[in-house]
Structures are given as structure tokens and as C-alpha cells.
Design a protein around this ligand. Structure first.
Ligand SMILES: [Zn+2]
Length: 441
């Protein structure tokens, strides 16, 4: 394959499809098939409006000047949003596929098609933005931010985006021939809710990485803090659904004309929180934007990207950095467990039910209470044994191994069984029992 003689630069935040459509309009001069073959080595590349299969081909013909495959996916397509929210296993698959240089069905690999929430043919634009582009560069563009999940309005012009279904196999740009439905008036509540989720979506999509397991932990903490769920009752599907149904976003989704309207009932939230795998980016965005609609979107995004940097309040009202407490448990919970109390006394202390405490410990935090307790006790013992040995050795300079073994019997016996390497490290070196061999000759 030969490199393109002219590689136009990106026009601001245009998508990969938009770049290719502009290339087709200016330099194509031939059929959509020819442009597809030139840019992506596939005659029907224009069908894949998000990320065509052979991005390796595209990177080669553009001589790397427009970015790597990962940069294209992350910054120029909606597939990047799915990659960000994918679980580690799926991310590894995608990175292996990127390294292989082979043509890959990104949509299928990232679960975009399976969700049914994100039709391939659907693109969005703002007529006012398109007109501005036309005046400046003579060509409107498909803006990346407008294509991102959770974006239904143009935040610059505070009006709904026009959603179009491109059903022809062509390279198309936003244009007047796309029928523009009369935009429904937005109430100020709609406008606030839609602006919030749009800003959250863009802020998140621009970040480097997300740890979906951390995001899930943070969700539990925030739900408890806001009283949607609590230690006193297990996470309930009905409770979560009715909480979401009361939100502005749910009311707006119910009126929306498109697949996401099926999410208005909020019944998906329970599974989203319980599932160990990643889930649809739109669901996470709807969840967070509803939960924290009164917090600026940049703050919510920062919290999702670096949950461990956000202080949380435990049930004693003490500020705690969630991620630094053992197993991410609230400090008081962890303390009570390590103090050796039973689940029953723990339940009484927290005024919850045994079932919800067990569920919280074993499901939310990925460990059974007994295993956690054993682990925490073991850690405590190790620290105590280490401190006892160090104190004894510090108080008795020149003491031998035997002195330590005899005088700190309980600790050394425990260390010998559980952490023999640590015992060896702590004890003084063995005394020489034989004299140095003489030189014989
Ligand atoms: Zn606009």
C-alpha cells in the first residue's frame, strides 16, 4: 500500500469518520468504495461509521501523522469510550488486537453491537455548529464530543443535537439534506440534567484510564452517603429503580426517541452494581449523573478517575480515604472486624441486619467476613511479632539467635509457622561454631 500524497490534519475535534468523509469530499472525486479502499483497504469501510476494521491500514497510508491505532480509537471514535469502561480482560484483548496489526471488528470486540443501545447508523450534530463550520472551513464536521454516549445536547448552544440515521453506504457530512426535526423545547430541568451528563461524558472520555472496580466501590459508598442504600438494608433492585425513576434523566429518557429510552425504568442499575465485569458506558454515565446531579461534572469525573483521592465519610462521621483502609472497608467496620467481634455484635453496633453486613462484606468487598478477619488478625500478629523481636534485639545488643528464640518464644514460634522467611530476616546471624580453616600449605 502506498502512502497518501496529501494527509490533511484533523479539523479540531472531528471524528475519524468525519475526517474520512471530508477527505472523500475534497480528494475522493470517485466512489465511496474507492475512498474506503484507499483509506482502510475495505470497499465498505463507510458502513463502519465509528471505527473501520483495518485501522492498521489507515495508520500506514497516513504515515502515522494522524496518530496510532489506540489514539484513533480513544480520541476519534466512540469505541474509545467502550474501551475505557471495559473490564481488564477485554482491554487486554483489544490491546493484543492492536499489537497484532490485524483487521479487527472493534464494534463486536467492545460489545457495542451487543448492547443494542448504540445503533451503528446513528450520528449526531448541532445545526448551529455545522453552520459555523461551514462559514469557517466550508465543510461541517461530525464532532467527537457530540457522538459520545450521554451527549444529547450541544452545550455551546444549549439545544438538542439532531440525530440522523445514515442508511446509505456513503461518506456523509452533516448537511441540510438531513431532515432536521423540529427540536422539542427543553425545560430548564432537562437542560440542567442533559448538560451535566454531557459534560461528565466528555470529561471521562478525555481521561487516560478508569478502574471500573474502583468506580463500583465508589458507587456503593456514594449511594450509602446519599441514603439510597445503607448498611441497614441490602441493595434492592426496586429501591434503586424507584430512585432512578425520580430523576430528571429518567423522565427525559422516557420521552426520548431511541434505544436508550429503554433505560428509563432504572431496573438495570442493580445488575450494573452487582456485575463483576464492566458494563455499558452509557449506563455508568446515567447512574453517576443522576446520583451527583448537584455536583459539578468535572468534580464527579475526577472522583471517578481517581476514587482513592476523594475523602469519604465513614459511618462514625470520620473522614477516611476509602482506598487506603484495609480491603476498602469503612474504617470503623474494618476496626470492629480486626478487634475480633462476631458478626452479631458487629450488626448490633451498626444497627443493621446480619444478612446485609454479610452481603456487604462478601459481595461489595470481595471477601468473606471470616477470611477478612483471619487476614487482618494475621497481619496484626505479624506486626506485633516483628515489633517484639526488634525491641528485644534493640534492648540487648550482642544477643544471640538462641537468646531471641528463648526469650521471645511465642512470637518466634508463630513466625516459624507462618512467616519463616521473615523470622530468618529478623534474627541475628548464626554464630560461627567452627574456627576458620587453617591454610595447609
Ligand atoms: Zn452547537
Amino acid at each position: 500500500m502506498s502512502k497518501l500524497t496529501i494527509v490533511p490534519d484533523w479539523h479540531k475535534d472531528e471524528t475519524l469518520y468525519s475526517w474520512a468523509a471530508a477527505f472523500h469530499a475534497i480528494y475522493g472525486n470517485r466512489s465511496a468504495r474507492t475512498t474506503g479502499l484507499t483509506l482502510f483497504g475495505a470497499s465498505h469501510a463507510c458502513k463502519e461509521r465509528d471505527a473501520p476494521r483495518d485501522l492498521h491500514h489507515f495508520v500506514q497510508v497516513t504515515g502515522d501523522s494522524l496518530g496510532t491505532i489506540e489514539q484513533l480509537l480513544r480520541q476519534r471514535t466512540r469505541a474509545g469510550q467502550y474501551l475505557l469502561f471495559a473490564n481488564p480482560e477485554r482491554q487486554s484483548l483489544v490491546h493484543a488486537a492492536i499489537r497484532s496489526g490485524a483487521a479487527v471488528g472493534w464494534r463486536v470486540m467492545l460489545g457495542m453491537a451487543a448492547s443494542g443501545l448504540d445503533p451503528l447508523s446513528r450520528l449526531r450534530y448541532c445545526p448551529v455548529c455545522a453552520k459555523e463550520d461551514q462559514q469557517v472551513v466550508d465543510l461541517p464536521r461530525w464532532r467527537w464530543t457530540h457522538q459520545l454516549l450521554g451527549n444529547w445536547i450541544c452545550t455551546a448552544h444549549q439545544r438538542p443535537l439532531v440525530e440522523v440515521d445514515l442508511l446509505r453506504y456513503e461518506w456523509e457530512l452533516p448537511a441540510d439534506q438531513h431532515t432536521t426535526p423540529s427540536s422539542k423545547a427543553l425545560s430548564s430541568n432537562d437542560l440542567h440534567a442533559l448538560t451535566h451528563i454531557s459534560q461528565l461524558s466528555v470529561n471521562i472520555a478525555s481521561c487516560d484510564r478508569l478502574d471500573i472496580a474502583e468506580v463500583r466501590q465508589l458507587a456503593f459508598s456514594q449511594l450509602r452517603e446519599r441514603g439510597v442504600t445503607g448498611w441497614g438494608h441490602p441493595l434492592s433492585q426496586d429501591r434503586l429503580a424507584s430512585w432512578f425513576q425520580a430523576s430528571e434523566l429518567s423522565r427525559w429518557l422516557a420521552r426520548h426517541d431511541g434505544p436508550p429510552s429503554g433505560l428509563a425504568d432504572g431496573k438495570w442499575i442493580y445488575r450494573l452494581l452487582r456485575s463483576r465485569s464492566g458494563d455499558h458506558p452509557l449506563k455508568w454515565l446515567l447512574f453517576w449523573s443522576s446520583l451527583e446531579h448537584d455536583t459539578p461534572a468535572e468534580v464527579v469525573a475526577r472522583r471517578m478517575v481517581s476514587p482513592s483521592m476523594e475523602p469519604h465519610w465513614d459511618i462514625d462521621g470520620q473522614g477516611a480515604i476509602w482506598a487506603t483502609t484495609p480491603n476498602r472497608l469503612p474504617q470503623s467496620f474494618a476496626r470492629q472486624l480486626s478487634d475480633g467481634v462476631s458478626i452479631r455484635s458487629l450488626v448490633e453496633g451498626m444497627q443493621g441486619s446480619a444478612r446485609s453486613v454479610r452481603t456487604a462484606a462478601s459481595e461489595n468487598f470481595g471477601c468473606a467476613p471470616r477470611a477478612l478477619k483471619d487476614k487482618q488478625r494475621s497481619q496484626l500478629h505479624l506486626e506485633q511479632a516483628r515489633a517484639a523481636l526488634n525491641t528485644f534485639i534493640g534492648d540487648h545488643p550482642g544477643c544471640t539467635r538462641n537468646d531471641v528464640l528463648q526469650r521471645c518464644k511465642a512470637q518466634t514460634e508463630w513466625l516459624r509457622r507462618r512467616h519463616p522467611d521473615e523470622l530468618e530476616r529478623l534474627l541475628p546471624p548464626p554464630a560461627r561454631t567452627t574456627s576458620r580453616q587453617r591454610v595447609l600449605f
